[in-house]
Design a protein around this ligand. Structure first.
Ligand code: CAA
Length: 258
């Protein structure tokens, strides 16, 4: 399927989605968000895919929601549409692992989309920010919530109230990104991480993701209980036995469910 605003490629068991609206620094217009939702749903349903990577260009992951589309909207419209609509949350609702590979600007909705992914690999030129305050509004796709959980109140308040950008070093120090790589090798590094993940048993990676995500929703005791029970559930997987047998027999695991 061909798209107008994104490019989808498959590398072995990895689905790569590249945001491709260079004339607007990948601003997240309704069309782009719709295509992103469709591509993610297709890759999620595709049994040959075990991990997704979302990326942009070297200059911009995405410079935010499309300001030109928003400028004339009124309260009645955004309230009735429930804008930013649930279409935006598609990445957050994905059950397969998703990596954001971020180079250049990840601002406003761009930073928010990156934070919906399971982790962010940043190029050394990446810049993160929630600059909505500079255009008279506030983040609307999780910026005040996910950013605060990831980097804490002090940094989140600083970002949302001043609108300043954070470079890759600060983002890594603050816990927003998992690692920094040279911009020239961003895709290669992200694909290598994704291939590693996609090479494991898919139910195991999905269960691991689900368990980590619970940490953001429930108390520690409930989270630990959830973890214990889902850990137990892995004992129902053929791949759990295969993984342990492969270790004991000093051979590579031959996963059945990928
Ligand atoms: N929406 C629409 N168009 C955008 C855009 C956006 N968010 N960001 C950039 N563009 C467009 C520019 O209008 C420009 O188009 P024209 O050539 O037609 O004028 C083109 O992309 C290139 O942008 P610049 O000329 O501004 O490029 P630059 O290198 O000088 O600056 C930038 C780069 C600092 C990222 C700057 O473009 C910028 O500040 N963009 C807006 C960032 C922003 O405020 N994002 C938050 C949006 S609101 C939001 O996201 C709400 C939410 O929570 C969902």
């Amino acid at each position: 399927m061909s798209y107008e605003y994104i490019i989808v490629e498959k590398y072995d068991r990895v689905g790569l989605i590249k945001l491709d609206r260079p004339e607007a620094l990948n601003a997240l217009c309704v069309g782009l968000i719709g295509e992103l939702g469709k591509a993610v749903a297709d890759l999620e349903a595709d049994d040959s895919i075990g991990c997704l990577v979302v990326t942009g260009s070297e200059k911009a992951f995405a410079a935010g929601a499309d300001i030109k589309e928003m400028v004339d909207k009124d309260f009645q419209t955004v309230y009735r549409e429930d804008f930013i609509t649930d279409d935006w949350e598609v990445l957050a609702n994905t059950r397969k692992p998703v990596i954001a590979a971020v180079a250049g600007y990840a601002l406003g909705g761009g930073c928010e989309v990156a934070m919906m992914c399971d982790f962010i690999i940043a190029a050394d030129n990446a810049k993160f920010g929630q600059p909505e305050i500079t255009i008279g509004t506030i983040p609307g796709a999780g910026g005040t919530q996910r950013l605060t959980r990831l980097v804490g109140k002090a940094k989140a308040m600083d970002m949302c109230l001043t609108g300043r950008m954070m470079d890759a070093e600060e983002a890594e120090r603050s816990g927003l990104v998992s690692r920094i790589v040279p911009v020239d090798s961003l895709i290669e590094e992200a694909l290598a991480a994704a291939k590693k993940i996609a090479g494991y048993s898919l139910p195991a990676t999905m269960i691991a993701k689900e368990a980590v995500d619970r940490a953001y929703e429930v108390s520690l005791s409930e989270g630990l209980r959830f973890e214990r029970r889902t850990f137990h559930s892995t004992f129902a997987l053929e791949d759990r036995r295969e993984g342990m047998m492969a270790f004991i027999e000093k051979r590579k695991a031959n996963w059945k469910h990928r």
